[in-house]
Design a protein around this ligand. Structure first.
Ligand code: ADP
Ligand code: MG
Length: 221
């Protein structure tokens, strides 16, 4: 088949279109994968837009590679194309926490595991930056994975770690108010992991900062 066109990517269907990205499901070299295409923002200058897009993609790629090396539950990076502003990552089984909670399928202990997973990510030196229930996935076995690392930080400050909990807190209050007390369950999972070898602030410090941010917001809000 000399000269035949061969693409490692085969497209199945679009699964999501948000303000920032369009997401397609398909296969990469025969394995279930997701292609994420960053959308140009009409209101930004094209050069600035290209720079911001590139930097978000590079950030996402760096965070994913770092987490994959340590077998953290997040997609693995399969391909990155800066020219076309796209990345291809492995598909994660399951549904978003948003879908699970809004369809009343939240199981006992799930939010505790969400908290543990957030702590594991922090211990690997990554903050997420956009930790809403749309960016947390849960599979049939109850395994929690995190996705969407375009606003992540490597070597985050204590403030970034506290902010991750606050973003989730705001999301749980705004979108899932029928589950009162859910952030407390996340926090209890977060504090249950303690790795003395970790260079990142210990869970108590992060939770203290989270409470500070929460009160700051309450006071100002
Ligand atoms: N690796 C993946 N496996 C399965 N579904 C995914 C994956 N990545 C994204 N999705 C789905 O697509 C949605 C949007 O992807 P996301 O990376 O969060 O992009 P955005 O920046 O637009 O929020 C997610 O909420 C999820 O439903
Ligand atoms: Mg998202």
């Amino acid at each position: 088949m000399a000269g035949a066109q061969y693409s490692p990517w085969s497209l199945e269907n679009k699964i999501h279109e948000g303000a920032e990205a369009v997401v397609f499901k398909g296969e990469w070299l025969g394995n279930p994968a997701v292609l994420k295409l960053r959308k140009p923002k009409g209101y930004r200058h094209p050069h600035l837009d290209k720079r911001l897009t590139k930097s978000r993609m590079a950030v996402e790629a760096r965070a994913l590679s770092r987490l994959q090396k340590r077998s953290f539950p997040s997609p693995s990076l399969l391909h990155i194309d800066n020219q076309d502003s796209l990345i291809i990552i492995s598909e994660i089984d399951g549904s978003t926490l948003f879908e699970v909670m809004t369809s009343g399928q939240l199981k006992d202990g799930m939010l505790h595991r969400v908290g543990e997973t957030i702590r594991r990510m922090h211990e690997l030196g990554v903050s997420h930056g956009d930790l809403t229930s749309h960016n947390i996935m849960v599979d049939e076995q109850g395994v929690v994975s995190l996705i969407d690392f375009g606003l992540a930080k490597i070597s985050p400050e204590l403030e970034n770690l506290g902010q991750d909990l606050q973003v989730l807190n705001e999301c749980l209050t705004a979108s899932h108010s029928d589950y009162p007390g859910s952030i407390e369950e996340v926090v209890s999972g977060y504090s249950s992991l303690r790795n003395n070898a970790s260079e990142i602030s210990d869970p108590t410090e992060v939770i203290r900062r989270f409470d500070e941010i929460r009160n700051r917001v309450r006071y100002l809000g």
